[in-house]
Design a protein around this ligand. Structure first.
Ligand SMILES: [Zn+2]
Ligand SMILES: [Zn+2]
Length: 177
């Protein structure tokens, strides 16, 4: 997801251009499996110190279900907006001091920006804490691990028994004391 922005960096503030994003076989992160292409659109706008880049990508991630642990495909629409600041002056080629602001991405010394890292961060932020293969996933049996989406297992519900046995122990201890 690399774009050359030399021309845009020479343009007056406010100039903007848009570009399509289409990447096959992207590995965003060791922990993230992307299925199929990443497609989207980016708008790059010349601002005082550099570029403001916003847009969106559509992609499908392979996630594992929090309840039943099964892998499933999750389509996502991920908007992004980031600033990119030059590392060298586009006219003179002289190196520029590093940006004082945080959360700024570099325009490299070939006047290129790479959206991969910005998009990776936004994708990570957009993954919910709880990922479910389906909204009503019933998960796994806590005793035998059977996938309860496939039907019930033969285990007896044990939570009630456990509570009773704790109560029994307390009662017995109470009687002995
Ligand atoms: Zn599930
Ligand atoms: Zn069971």
């Amino acid at each position: 997801m690399i774009f050359n922005v030399a021309q845009l960096m020479k343009s007056p503030v406010g100039t903007s251009l848009t570009a399509d994003i289409l990447e096959e076989n992207v590995q965003l992160d060791e922990e993230l499996k992307v299925i199929g292409p990443i497609a989207g659109r980016a708008r790059m706008r010349r601002i005082n110190q550099g570029l403001l880049v916003d847009g969106w990508v559509d992609l499908t991630l392979e996630l594992s279900c929090t309840r039943c642990l099964k892998q499933f495909e999750q389509p996502m629409h991920v908007p992004f907006e980031e600033r990119f600041y030059p590392t060298i002056d586009v006219i003179t080629g002289a190196p520029l001091p590093p940006a004082e602001e945080e959360d700024v991405f570099p325009i490299d010394d070939h006047h290129q920006i790479d959206l991969t890292e910005a998009i990776r961060q936004q994708v990570l932020l957009n993954i919910p804490m709880v990922t479910l293969c389906k909204e009503d996933c019933t998960g796994l049996c806590s005793q035998c691990g059977h996938d309860l989406n496939l039907g019930p297992c033969d285990c007896k519900p044990d939570e009630v028994d456990e509570r009773f046995s704790v109560l029994n122990t307390l009662l017995q201890n109470g009687l002995q004391a």
